[in-house]
Write a protein that binds this ligand. Structure first.
Ligand code: ATP
Ligand code: MG
Ligand code: MG
Length: 548
């Protein structure tokens, strides 16, 4: 099976299956519901669900909700929506918080085995006692409490007799271990806070390092995939599984986090951008969140294809965001209808075209995909073109409109610029042109050639539309010491333009995607579009220097 042996995780799974260590693969995607999912999570989703798929196993969606202070059902709901939208179906839907009782029992078991103790030191003192890479830790005076005393104190912690931070439960492992994670890590802390799932039932909460292996083992997860910053925690993960006497023995395997250029990915930073109104919510089209990418116009297919291309490496690297853009262009190339839109309108009057006359012209919907057929677009005496397609004093090699020059109007006729109309301040406000009826598109006219083809929309029937053009949200990926990433936020990441689209766009619905001739791919914004106000987000421009 070539596909099944193309990365190091697949190699491990293949071995585990053939040695009989596991019968069936079970993976999980375990987000903490403290924010919306981003493209980095998509990588983890594609790896976890993809492996289960390749090996005919299962994948659970599990909310790793052990920190009541930061979690919310809004996030739970958005995560479910995003995973489904990406096209993945989970086997079980689980909440770590549903295992609190069992986790508590396992902690009690550790105490009874002399492997955990209640600590009185403050967080700062614990840190101090923990030592450094070059210095062994010091044992806490609490370390030698009797099992009875520990059982009693832990129960009283559970019953709410202590304040936040007054006590914690620690594993009793080895204060001089070269791996700092093994120097009596904290297993439980006190937090008098309401939890989104368990309400006020608990006031002690398990730490990630204790909770995660237990969650995996309870669910029979065979391969617990996480990012490389947890590599040093693997011995602790195995310690918890073993000492808590978990029946199943899940195996932790690490892969590299995805980083993208010109954006931020940590939920903490994303939340800050949202909370401090740098962006228009978690689904702002400039964010690398799944909901932001969706609103921008990315398709699930393009995101999954991108994740498959970057694969599963162990080395951390920063992927160029242009690679993601490459995949949406590829996906939409044959799918998106091509139409004309004018982003910065300039009125053109065709003075020799009969007043009041409207004709319908044939236009291909996608020259690369003839199956998409032909639409009809109106043409009459007044049209709009792009401001940038006219220059009064053009430089050399400018082949668009200028006084006396002739260009082709896409799908229509040749027009020639005869007169430039200006306002009192000297701004060009209108052009007067003539057209040549002989040059109609599709008639095979060969009499003479023009060098420029420009796009246009009929002024009498065009629909008004708003266009939102985006630039990178983060200008410089290098974070300077002592400076917040907020100082790297691009103040010009959004440009809003008002122009026109073809009249047939009247029927456009939220999230419909188009290629606007010469401008790029656009998505109908689902948030700001209303019955009589169309808003388009530019997904990507047409060209890129990026090569796969
Ligand atoms: P963040 O630091 O962005 O908040 P996290 O790792 O705390 O991310 P979780 O909700 O715990 O977020 O992540 C769920 C799963 O997604 C984890 O298994 C985690 O390793 C994985 N994951 C998160 N960010 C990335 C990323 N950038 N690349 C690959 N996998 C990621
Ligand atoms: Mg996490
Ligand atoms: Mg986090």
């Amino acid at each position: 099976n070539k596909e099944a042996s193309s990365n190091f995780i697949k190699n491990i799974i293949n071995e585990d299956l053939s040695s009989g260590k596991v019968q069936e693969i079970v993976t999980r995607f375990p987000p903490e519901p403290n924010g919306y999912l981003h493209i980095g999570h998509a990588k983890s989703i594609v790896i976890n669900f993809g492996l289960a798929d390749d090996f005919k196993g299962k994948t659970n969606l599990r909310f790793d909700d052990t920190n009541p202070l930061k979690e919310d059902v809004e996030y739970v709901d958005s995560i479910k929506e995003d995973v489904s939208w990406l096209g993945f179906e989970w086997e079980g839907l689980h909440y770590a918080s549903n295992y609190f009782e069992e986790m508590y029992d396992r902690a009690v078991l550790l105490i009874k085995k002399g492997l955990a103790y209640v600590e009185d030191l403050s967080a700062d003192e614990i840190r101090e006692y923990r030592g450094t890479l070059t210095e062994p830790g010091k044992e806490s005076p609490s370390r030698n409490r009797s099992i009875e005393e520990n059982l009693d104190l832990f129960e009283r912690m559970k019953h709410g007799e202590f304040k936040d931070g007054e006590k914690v439960l620690r594993a009793k492992i080895d204060m001089s271990s070269p791996n700092i994670n093994m120097r009596d890590p904290v297993l439980y802390r006190i937090a008098h806070a309401t939890h989104h799932n368990t309400g006020d039932k608990w006031c002690i909460y398990p730490m990630y390092a204790f909770a995660h292996p237990i969650e995996d083992a309870i669910e029979g997860v065979t391969h617990s995939l996480c990012t490389t910053e947890f590599e040093d925690q693997r011995p602790l993960y195995n310690w918890v599984v073993e000492k808590c006497e978990m029946e199943a023995k899940p195996q932790q395997i690490e892969f590299a986090r995805l980083n993208l250029t010109n954006t931020v990915m940590s939920k903490r930073k994303l939340k800050q951008l949202v909370d401090e109104n740098y962006v228009d919510g978690w689904d702002d089209p400039r964010l690398p969140t799944i909901s932001g990418l969706r609103r921008r116009g990315f398709t699930p297919e393009s995101i999954v294809a991108f994740c498959q291309e970057i694969g599963v490496s162990k080395g951390n690297s920063i992927v160029d965001v242009q690679m993601l853009e490459h995949f949406i262009r590829e996906d939409l190339k044959l799918k998106a209808p091509r139409t004309m839109a004018i982003l910065r309108p300039l009125k053109v009057v065709i003075t020799n075209y009969p007043e009041g006359q409207v004709e319908m012209l044939d236009a291909e919907n996608n020259p690369e995909n003839p199956e998409m057929g032909i639409r009809q677009i109106p043409f009459s005496r007044e049209i709009y073109i792009e401001q940038e397609d006219f220059m009064e004093n053009p430089p050399k090699k400018y082949f668009r409109l200028f006084p006396g020059n002739e260009v082709r109007l896409k799908h229509a006729y040749f027009i020639k610029c005869e007169e430039v109309i200006k306002d009192e301040e000297g701004n060009v406000v209108e052009l007067h042109c003539t057209y040549d009826p002989e040059t109609k598109s599709g008639t095979g006219f060969t009499g003479r050639k023009v060098k420029g083809t420009i796009h246009w929309v009929d002024a009498s029937q065009a629909k008004r539309a708003e266009f939102r053009l985006y630039d990178s949200l983060i200008l410089d990926d290098e974070e300077q010491e002592g400076k917040s990433f907020l100082e790297n936020v691009n103040p010009h990441s959004l440009e809003i333009l008002n122009g026109f689209v073809e009249p047939n766009m009247e029927d456009a619905k939220a999230n419909d995607k188009f290629q606007f001739f010469r401008h790029g791919y656009f998505n109908v914004d689902p948030k700001h579009t209303t019955e009589d106000h169309l808003v388009f987000n530019r997904i990507v421009s047409l060209k890129s220097s990026f090569k796969l």
